[in-house]
Design a protein around this ligand. Structure first.
Ligand SMILES: CC(C)(COP(=O)(O)OP(=O)(O)OC[C@H]1O[C@@H](n2cnc3c(N)ncnc32)[C@H](O)[C@@H]1OP(=O)(O)O)[C@@H](O)C(=O)NCCC(=O)NCCS
Length: 143
């Protein structure tokens, strides 16, 4: 397993990973292009046997005093092996702020466990944030 920078050449692989990981919230193509090209965004992929099996994007917002984890995902068949946690840590290391925030579906227990183990704490809840009405938990870590 390797963690490597991602770029626009990864667009098709990222589409595949996003669709497999986010059946309800996969990003539209334009958002995927944006996350792979916007200046300053930290974008990393997990590669195994030459294939992308996971992705993370971190959005630095130093003016606001924190960065935002925009997305993180590992293909279902590769979960539970520590790759998600390793990817999250690699992204955090490259972000310029000590505070990092993210939002997560309030019933996404696997992701919430991963974030809690990595030191994130929920500090807010956005009611009916997702398109199917599920709440978002907003979490923060101060490194
Ligand atoms: C969340 C996600 C990235 C975790 O990836 P992963 O590679 O399976 O995670 P890891 O193996 O690094 O596990 C990290 C921690 O998460 C928790 N975790 C992971 N899978 C779990 C499961 N099935 N049940 C309970 N806890 C789980 C554990 O606490 C684990 O730590 P531990 O192994 O020390 O107990 C992955 O489940 C995923 O892609 N989910 C779909 C996309 C998503 O929901 N992303 C988050 C959006 S905010």
């Amino acid at each position: 397993m390797e963690i490597l920078p991602a770029n626009i050449l990864d667009l098709n692989s990222l589409r595949h990973v996003e669709n497999a990981c986010f059946p309800k919230d996969a990003w539209p193509l334009l958002d995927l292009i944006a996350v792979l090209t916007f200046p300053g965004v930290v974008r990393l992929k997990v590669v195994e046997n030459g294939q992308m099996i996971g992705f993370v994007a971190g959005d630095p917002r130093p003016g606001e005093g924190f960065s935002w984890i925009a997305t993180i995902c590992i293909l279902p068949e590769h979960r539970g092996k520590g790759y998600g946690r390793a990817l999250l840590e690699a992204c955090e290391e490259r972000l310029p702020t000590t505070r990092v925030r993210l939002s997560v579906r309030s019933r996404n227990d696997e992701a919430i466990r991963m974030y809690e183990k990595a030191g994130y704490k929920a500090f807010d809840r956005w009611g009916h944030y997702y398109n199917d009405g599920e709440d978002a938990l907003v979490m923060e870590k101060n490194r």
